[in-house]
Design a protein around this ligand. Sequence first.
Ligand code: CAA
Length: 396
Amino acid sequence: MVVKEMKRPQSLAMTEEHDMLLAAVRDFAQREIVPIAAEYDESGDFPLETVRKMGALGLMGIEVPEEYGGAGLDTLAHVLTMIEIAKADASHSTILSVNNSLYCNGILWFGTGAQKREWIRPVASGVEIGAYSLTEPMSGSDAGNMASRAVLNEARSHYIINGRKSWVTSAPFADRIVLFTRTSPDDGRRGITCFLIDTSQPGFSRGKTEPKLGIRASATSEIIFDNYACPVENVLGGVGQGFKIAMTVLDAGRIGIAAQALGIAEAAYEAALHYARERHAFGAPIGSYQMIQQKIADMKTRIEAGRALIYQAISAKERAMAAGTRYTTEASMAKLFCSEAAAYVTDEALQIHGGMGYSKEMPIERYYRDARITRIYEGTSEIQRMVIARNELGLR
Ligand code: CAA
């Protein structure tokens, strides 16, 4: 049963630690990422060097306790980081998000002590790259309907995994992957188990890398398992618990994607504001005209409404984690609203820039393309609406 959270207005207190983090991330993003973002978007190359630097700054395991190689900070710190990195370049924030939310959280919340020690530290410290693999060619939104299989061998020492997974963010460079696959053909969602995968082992290979519209510097590919032998010790959270783990982890991930969308929207908004002040038409700055002012007002309002929903989701998460309940609705609302706000804001920012917005000489067209994915991955807008409505109606 979904336990409803008490609704109340939220304002999150920024501590001195948050201020220091924000200043450091903003400085890093402006110095190291902004200058290379357009070039990596164009080439589609993976920005390994700056990803390693994000690791050295502690950004690849923000909420991971220091004993497992992370920064030991909270969800607000994670969100502030995501917004700043996404403002500089959405591709970097995608890599950061998967590493932090989808890889580290699952092991932190469901792993044994030994699994946490072995599997989190290299990824949270940014030495290695982590990924999360749920989707398959024939199961995207209907995530429980997967066809890949893991079968226990006769010695009961290993699961032999076979099948194909698709749309795996960071897979071309991932050292370790949190994988969801079917261990029982008959038990529906309860027949899915989560495995910790070392990509250097035989039986693992990568398929085609997706040529994408946006977030082009974040590498996405298929992965293929051909009699991959996974030790039984690498089952995460127990046999048959995979679907719940996948969904629990996605709740947190969706707050991160909401923050990413907000960061992209803020970048586009700030560029539009600057352009509206500088660009003259009919003898005056275009910002002096009411049609542009209406756009600015609506863009700003949606950005701040999105931020409020993210902050509400953070508070709901903190309360739910302490009480052992869920914050699914709040996370989905934040992701739904912010991703749609990012689409609106980047589109209007492009419109304000006119022809220049359509040119690769300015970053607006990149923001416009990058924003598009936030309505698709980690659950489409349609899935978020379904999740919110089902929870509100008390349906399953
Ligand atoms: N937290 C914990 N448990 C949850 C949960 C949640 N948020 N949501 C569902 N569950 C549990 C249910 O309680 C239920 O448990 P029991 O069987 O014990 O009763 C079980 O999971 C099945 O739940 P549902 O019947 O609701 O499942 P469903 O099949 O109807 O699907 C869904 C629900 C919400 C549509 C889900 O399939 C979904 O979220 N789909 C979208 C998948 C998605 O986001 N994919 C993106 C993958 S990651 C990515 O984008 C790539 C990347 O690398 C960034």
